[in-house]
Design a protein around this ligand. Structure first.
Ligand SMILES: Cc1cc2nc3c(=O)[nH]c(=O)nc-3n(C[C@H](O)[C@H](O)[C@H](O)COP(=O)(O)OP(=O)(O)OC[C@H]3O[C@@H](n4cnc5c(N)ncnc54)[C@H](O)[C@@H]3O)c2cc1C
Length: 406
């Protein structure tokens, strides 16, 4: 599967692009402390925290680093905007993760365009019964948000069309370049002496008495003490896991972007679709939800995104949206990730199904899994993300596929 033609890869140097695809020149470590399967943002963050704490980590990625959803997303670190829909467990994990991103951004070598530039929601369909009541409800639940009126909207984002009467502003929401973030994490892993291999896939595993004793990969066998599977929505290599994993769905999403433009937006804006402007000037818009395994961008969808962005920001009227790409969000039935020890196994861990929030949640996922492995005790923050919460949904009870939009 080729990596998405996203703005994130287009804004990297050729040396950085090469770094994402290191191959496997030194061969796999045969007995690492931890084998991490999957080189998206979740696998890389997990490998980073483990390597930092002294574990010998081998990460394997079937394609190149960040070639899945991690290279196709919008880069939002938006715990306050997403949070209220998902409850207290998500809130705790998301707030921790946002703080961890902020701390990572201060470290030497971690260059990933971290910006605390806020999020302004002017989609009145989502402000029911009113912006003020939505804000009050979210503030009561611990979220950082305020209702804004037409004058405040014009001050926050002077290039939005006039007449937007009300909105919600989340001043502490942040943004990253997700592929630079993946690169920063990968570099830190290597600096600790751990290994990252691309074009190496896990194929199957051998287990004895509830322990994975070896993993068969396309580059030979590996016998780690622990295994973390961070493969997003596809868990093919874990076939034979018993009790079986809950089904993960692939929910695709598309984005489209302009060439670099003079400054138009300060933060992220939620209208009919998301609109953001990168530090490098490109305006990115889109973010639909479609239950599909296809990653082929749909030109009619790009036109719809572009029209909506031009309506919201009149200065975009003559501007072309030249680039379009699509990615697959890994989704569980409740939209929350599985971050758990695989039921029935002592040394196999799952970090998958991060759906719309994998960038946001990657550092907390990785750090808490690292704490769990090293202390052999489940962090309380991970209890809401147990694999077993889906036991009532199996086989014929699975809901039918559906198509929805943001
Ligand atoms: C359009 C769009 C917009 C989004 N916007 C945001 C946003 O603003 N903020 C946010 O937080 N999230 C966002 N997301 C979601 C986010 O991108 C995902 O939740 C996140 O990237 C998931 O990361 P991951 O590492 O779990 O999965 P992936 O990035 O898919 O990584 C999994 C990796 O595992 C590899 N793999 C699979 N099988 C094997 C195997 N057998 N052996 C070895 N490797 C294997 C794959 O090749 C892949 O690289 C968005 C997603 C999309 C599509």
């Amino acid at each position: 599967m080729p990596r998405p033609d996203s703005i994130w890869f287009a804004t990297l140097s050729s040396a950085e692009l090469r770094e994402l695809d290191p191959g496997n020149p030194a061969g796999l470590q045969s007995t690492p402390d931890v084998l991490v399967v999957g080189g998206g943002i979740v696998g890389l963050a997990t490998a980073h925290y483990l390597a930092e704490r002294g574990a010998a980590v081998q990460l394997i990625e079937a394609e190149s680093l960040a070639s899945g959803a991690s290279g196709a997303n919008a880069g939002g670190v938006w715990p306050n905007d997403q949070g209220p829909a998902h409850g207290a467990g998500f809130q705790q994990l998301a707030f921790l993760s946002r703080d961890l991103w902020a701390r990572l951004s201060l470290r030497p070598g971690f260059e990933f365009d971290w910006r605390v530039n806020g999020f302004l929601n002017v989609n009145t369909a989502k402000l029911v019964p009113s912006a003020a009541e939505c804000a009050a409800r979210c503030q009561d639940a611990g979220y950082t948000v305020r209702a804004v009126d037409a004058g405040q909207i014009a001050l926050l984002e002077p290039h939005l069309k006039p007449g937007l009467a009300a909105g919600l502003h989340y001043p502490s929401e942040a943004h990253v370049h997700p592929v630079r973030a993946a690169l920063s994490l990968a570099r830190a892993v290597r600096e600790r002496g751990s290994r990252i291999a691309s074009s190496v896939a896990a194929k199957s595993f051998v287990a004895k008495e509830g322990r994975v004793v070896s993993v068969e990969t396309t580059a030979g066998r590996c016998a780690p003490r622990y295994v973390v599977s961070a493969t997003g929505w596809t868990t093919d290599w874990l076939r034979g896991l018993s009790p079986s994993l809950p089904s993960l769905r692939s929910v695709s999403g598309q984005l489209t972007s302009t060439d670099p433009l003079p400054p138009l937006l300060r933060g992220a804006v939620g209208g009919d679709y998301l609109v953001i402007q990168l530090r490098s000037g490109e305006v990115v818009t889109g973010g639909n939800l479609l239950e599909s395994e296809s990653t082929a961008p749909d030109p009619s969808l790009s036109s719809r995104f572009a029209d909506a962005a031009r309506d919201l920001i009149p200065r975009l009227n003559q501007v072309e949206f030249r680039r379009a790409w699509c990615g697959r969000r890994p989704a569980t039935l409740d939209g929350l990730p599985i971050i758990d020890r695989a039921p029935g196994f002592s040394n196999l861990f799952l970090a998958c199904g991060h759906f719309r929030n994998g960038v946001l949640l990657a550092p907390a996922t990785g750090k808490l899994l690292c704490d769990w492995l090293l202390a052999d005790s489940q962090p309380v923050e991970l209890q809401p993300f147990a694999a077993t919460r889906f036991s009532q949904w199996s086989g014929s009870n699975l809901p039918q596929s559906k198509t929805v939009e943001d």
